[in-house]
Design a protein around this ligand. Structure first.
Ligand SMILES: [Zn+2]
Length: 384
């Protein structure tokens, strides 16, 4: 995700902090410090017995919020990993976290469970802290009491809030899974997305009336998220019906694994390409990219063989779906993929542009109004 800096890596998952979080941090800390007396009374703690400046408590609370969101997101991610999914990263933003799960456990049931583990973890954690708060009630350690009260409340709030059926929040994902059993995934996403947008409008109005800008931001996040996820699911269902052979370009230029990078550089220039498939004994064994060639100093390129810098590529056949192709291109950040026949020979190549152009050309065959895509031009812009 853009505008985010990596702060840690947990079980291979990069944890990123979005700059928007740094923006909201002082504001939230200040808001809490303003409400400090009331906050203390809510926790049944005499404010004058608390050590430290209210702002310091506010800052502590924001850090606690950050850690609570992280635990919540890790619950989603670890569940996905355990069920054979793939997680590319977790980004902590101003208004919560986003786990980018690139391969989901299949099926509505798994999807619902994956959405549920986040809020359940938050609620369990919140329950533990609140139980500790009750246990501490007679102990007269006001600072600790105050801290666990807010840690508990924060997590309970996080749990319940995320369970609201406002797609793409967790509750909305659970709603979508339940609906998709009857309606199918595309229709279920549209319905859940509609509910999500309605919630977003409600959040927005509430936020404006009460002057709560965090709620307004959440509204915007939910609204945009609902729109973009609906679009993606629609795109996925369309592209799943298109075969690679319909959109690939039958370019069969390639290089041999034994060639030097100097030869590859010349070949990339004459073919005007950013990458070329690599062959060995007639079979495709990988891909060599312009970026990989450029990493080797020009003077050394005559001594380096293609096989040393070639990237492994997934097997893409003419019968694969365009959706699979786009997903592989996106996940591996490759400029193109070779399309390979069953015997391992090269049939052509495919780029993201090829898929988009193929779709547009296909549409020429249909009347624009009632084409099988049923999509306006705007909605086709972002494929991934
Ligand atoms: Zn969640």
């Amino acid at each position: 995700m853009r505008g985010a800096v990596r702060i840690a890596t947990l079980r291979g998952i990069p944890i990123r902090l979005h700059y928007s979080f740094l923006l909201v941090l002082p504001v939230l800390a200040w808001l809490f410090s303003q409400a400090f007396r009331n906050a203390a009374e809510a926790a049944d703690v005499p404010p004058e017995r608390l050590l430290g400046h209210p702002l310091a408590w506010g800052l502590g609370l924001v850090v606690a919020l950050f850690l609570s969101v992280l635990v919540h997101e890790l619950a989603h991610s670890f569940y996905a990993l355990r069920k054979g999914g793939q997680v590319s990263d977790i980004t902590l933003m101003m208004i919560g976290g986003v786990s980018r799960i690139t391969r989901m456990p299949e099926g509505p049931r798994q999807e619902a469970l994956m959405a549920l583990v986040g809020p359940l973890t938050s609620l369990a954690l919140g329950g533990l802290f609140l139980a500790a708060y009750t246990l501490l009630a007679g102990a007269r350690s006001f600072n600790l009491q105050f801290a666990v009260f807010y840690l508990g409340s924060l997590n309970v709030f996080l749990g319940f809030f995320n369970l609201l059926p406002a797609f793409p929040m967790d509750g909305g994902r659970i709603l979508r899974s339940l609906l998709s059993v009857r309606l199918g995934r595309v229709r279920a996403t549209q319905v859940a997305g509609g509910v999500g947008k309605a919630f977003a409008v409600l959040f927005g109005l509430l936020g404006l009336v009460s002057g709560n800008f965090v709620l307004v931001l959440i509204a915007a996040f939910v609204f945009l998220g609902a729109a973009s996820e609906s679009r993606e699911v629609l795109m996925q269902s369309l592209l799943a019906r298109v075969r690679v052979r319909e959109v690939m370009v039958p370019r069969t230029a390639s290089v041999e694994a034994e060639d030097s990078l100097e030869e590859v550089a010349a070949r990339l220039r004459t073919e005007r390409r950013r990458a070329l498939p690599v062959r060995e004994e007639g079979r495709v064994v990988g891909l060599v990219t312009l970026a990989a060639v450029r990493q080797v100093p020009a003077a050394r390129r005559s001594q380096v063989r293609v096989r040393e810098v070639a990237l492994p590529v997934p097997t893409l056949t003419p019968e694969s779906t365009a959706w699979d192709a786009l997903r592989e291109l996106g996940q591996r950040r490759l400029p193109q993929l070779p399309v390979v026949l069953e015997d391992g020979t090269l049939a052509g190549t495919l780029t993201q542009d090829d898929v988009m152009r193929g779709l547009e050309l296909r549409e020429l065959e249909d009347t624009p109004r009632s084409g099988p895509w049923g999509l306006g031009p705007r909605e086709r812009e972002s494929p991934t």
